[in-house]
Each structure stands twice: as structure tokens, then as C-alpha cells.
Design a protein around this ligand. Sequence first.
Ligand code: 0X9
Ligand code: CA
Ligand code: CA
Ligand code: CA
Ligand code: ZN
Length: 309
Amino acid sequence: DFPPEDSGYHTYSEMTEEVEAAATEHPGIVDRTSVGRSARGRDIPAVKISDNAGTDEDEPEVLFTCNQHAREHLTAEMCLHILRRYTDNYGSDPAITDTVDSREIWVVPMVNPDGVVYDVGGTYYRGWRRNRESAPVDLNRNWGHKWGCCGGSSGSPNSPTYRGPAPFSAPETSAIRDFVESRVVDGTQQLTGHIDFHTFSELVLWPYGYTTDDTAPGMTEEEYRRFASIGRSMAATNGYTPMQSSDLYVTDGSVNDWMWAEHGILSFTFEMYPSSGGLDGFYPPDEVIQRETSRNDEAVSILLEESGR
Ligand code: 0X9
Ligand code: CA
Ligand code: CA
Ligand code: CA
Ligand code: ZN
């Protein structure tokens, strides 16, 4: 577990409790579900936030995912912050109320629970990134669009960016894939926007990651300009640096490429606080949680707004 001085971070079981508490306290607008199970059999909770949360209504749907990478603990706090913001302020804040009434917001606070539990399971933080299969997989190299194409992942099981033996070989990525596919209703993908939260470097990143070209199959100039424009407007609110993800470095099999290429979902990666650092950059003190999660409030609002266009 987290050391006492970092007890503001949520363990896997505390995250689950918080999700359940939100569902109990806000029964009309919160529906607690699950996307499936991790390699070690842990439930991967998901929450839906909307008016009439128990009913699939005809409203733009948006997905927030956190903690694909185990040691990026600030991201689970980001997803829990989104959950609290759109539930606790419902009915009192008109903008929040309007968003909840006109969207279906899905939140998956811990995509990689096995990795998280392992990372905080010893005397010291382990600096762990991947899942906990016997040959651990970097989940953000395991997605099925252009998997392993371009030198942006490793085929070696001992590499931190091991892509796994096949696309979606990891139970965690295949669970999210199945969830996203389940949102295709009458042939139309209901999800229109997505942010996958990571740490760290304070960046807003858009696809593609597998190529440094702006345009590629599935990405027209106009679509690229929309990504860049929304990415820049979000970055203007949180002070992050906006760029195409491959301008940072090339990755293949990362989540944004698949979400956009296969489902047309406006899918961004946020790299949260701090802006630079070493391994310690993954372990900021819990005192920063409130500041660094609310820092993204306006950006999250922008994505939810854009998801209706
Ligand atoms: O490498 C990753 O998966 C992400 N960075 S992290 O330090 N959190 O591991 C960045 C993914 C964004 N995609 C590209 N940079 N192409
Ligand atoms: Ca502290
Ligand atoms: Ca609704
Ligand atoms: Ca719907
Ligand atoms: Zn990451």
C-alpha cells in the first residue's frame, strides 16, 4: 500500500470503494459497471455518469481511462476527480448539470489494477509500468492498430515496452476493446471522445503515434487540424505542451491510434504533472493531487463539449 505520507492516493480497494460510494450516493446519475477482469482476476470497475444512468440514451458518449501504466498513480486520482466533479456538483452547478444531462460519461479509473497493486506492494515503490502476466505486457503497446509496425515497441519480454505476443493479448486491453466495441449501437459508435491519462511531462498528445506524418490512412488533413486545434485549446487551459504524440517519440500499438483509426473517437493522451523528472516524477507527494487534477477541469470540459459536434 501507499506509505502513510502518501495516504491521499487510492489503493485498488479504496478506488473500488469510492466508485461504489458514488453509485450509492448518486443513484440516478451514477451506474457502476465493470469492463472485465485483469490477468490476475481483479475486477476493472467502470462508472457511467449521466441523467438516467441506468438507461442507454441517445447522447454523445465520452470515455476517460486512467492508470494503463501501473506507477502513474496520479492518473487514478484524475479519474476519481472527474467522477466526483460531475456527481457532487450535479444539481448545483448549471454547467456540470447540463453536461451530465446531455452526455454519457464513462470513467475507468484503473485499467491496470494488477500492476498498481504490485507497484505499491513492497517496502518501496517498485517503479512498475506493465501488467502482471508471466511475461508482463506494456498495455500501451498492445492495441491493435499498426501493432508492432514501426519500431515504437519491443518484441522482447524483458523490455519495459514489450508489446506482447499478439494485439490485444493482454486481458486488460481486450477488456477495454470489448467495452468500446459494445458502444457500437445500430452500426454507429456512440463514443466520440476519449482521454487516456498518463504521467508525466505535462503534455497533450494526439494521434497518430506510429508515424511522424500528420496525415496517414484514416487521418485526413482536416481531421488532423481538428485534433491539433482541440489539443491546443485544451493545452491553453492547463499549461501543458500540445503536440502530435509521435513528435515526442514514435509508439506503435498505443491506445489513441486504435481509438481513432478503428472507431473514429477523438482520442487524446494527457501526460500529467510534473513537467520533468526521473523515476521520482511518478511519485509526487499526495499534497499535489487536488491542484494537479483540478488543473484539467477546463480541458475535460472542452472535450465533453467537442464530443457533441
Ligand atoms: O510511452 C507511452 O506509452 C506514453 N508515455 S509514458 O511516459 N506515460 O509511458 C506516451 C504515449 C503517447 N504516444 C506517443 N508518444 N507516441
Ligand atoms: Ca503527504
Ligand atoms: Ca442520460
Ligand atoms: Ca447512448
Ligand atoms: Zn504512461
